[in-house]
Design a protein around this ligand. Structure first.
Ligand SMILES: Nc1nc2c(c(=O)[nH]1)N[C@H]1C(S)=C(S)[C@@H](COP(=O)(O)O)O[C@H]1N2
Ligand SMILES: [Mo]
Length: 169
């Protein structure tokens, strides 16, 4: 091609490439939940990342005493991806580890790792995103904790933003 066509082409293509770089699609998906602390692999999970986990359904009685079907991700699945020791590996010093669930309003609730381990318990604590097939209410957030069988719902953290692993002294 001639110099003239080359210049003409680059001028024509310039807005296209500039536009492509500034479209929202090129930006990273916003983080919904961070996984941090004493983990082998810290995570920043977007809504799309959460979709990749296996799904779990549990029946549980809510704060109003109404039973419902909650669907979401078992906390143990998320901890597994973050490289937190489970099963036979969760022994000795590792039993002093605990999870702090953090929420947008600063609310916090703690679970010992053994409470979340499928080798220790059949109870599945989940990060729920649906109730009876529908998304959660706005005030509950995109995701909330559901603890089946618990007589009080104080650890059913709404609007979860962080999962942090810590160690008891
Ligand atoms: N983020 C957040 N989650 C929270 C709370 C809170 O204050 N903030 N309160 C807890 C308490 S004490 C209860 S009893 C339940 C009530 O859940 P509900 O409001 O969805 O019925 O939410 C729990 N989760
Ligand atoms: Mo409560």
């Amino acid at each position: 091609m001639t110099i003239r066509t080359a210049i003409l082409l680059s001028v024509l293509l310039l807005p296209v490439t500039t536009f492509a770089q500034s479209t929202p699609a090129a930006a990273a998906a916003p983080t919904l939940v961070t996984v941090a602390g004493e983990v082998a692999k810290p995570l920043k999970l977007s809504a799309d990342d959460l979709k990749k986990f296996p799904r779990k359904t549990v029946r549980a009685k809510d704060h109003a005493g109404k039973e419902a079907e909650y669907e979401g991700i078992e906390l143990s699945e998320i901890l597994k991806l973050a490289g937190v020791k489970q099963g036979e590996q969760l022994r000795g010093k590792e039993l002093a580890l605990f999870l702090v669930v953090g929420a947008a309003d600063g609310y916090r609730a703690v679970f010992a790792l053994a409470e979340l381990d499928p080798d220790f318990t059949d109870r599945s604590v989940i990060l729920a995103d649906r109730r009876d097939g529908k998304p959660l209410k706005d005030e509950e957030g995109t995701v909330r904790i559901v603890v089946p069988g618990e007589k009080r719902q104080a650890r059913w953290v709404r609007q979860v933003t962080s999962l942090t692993i810590k160690r008891a002294e």
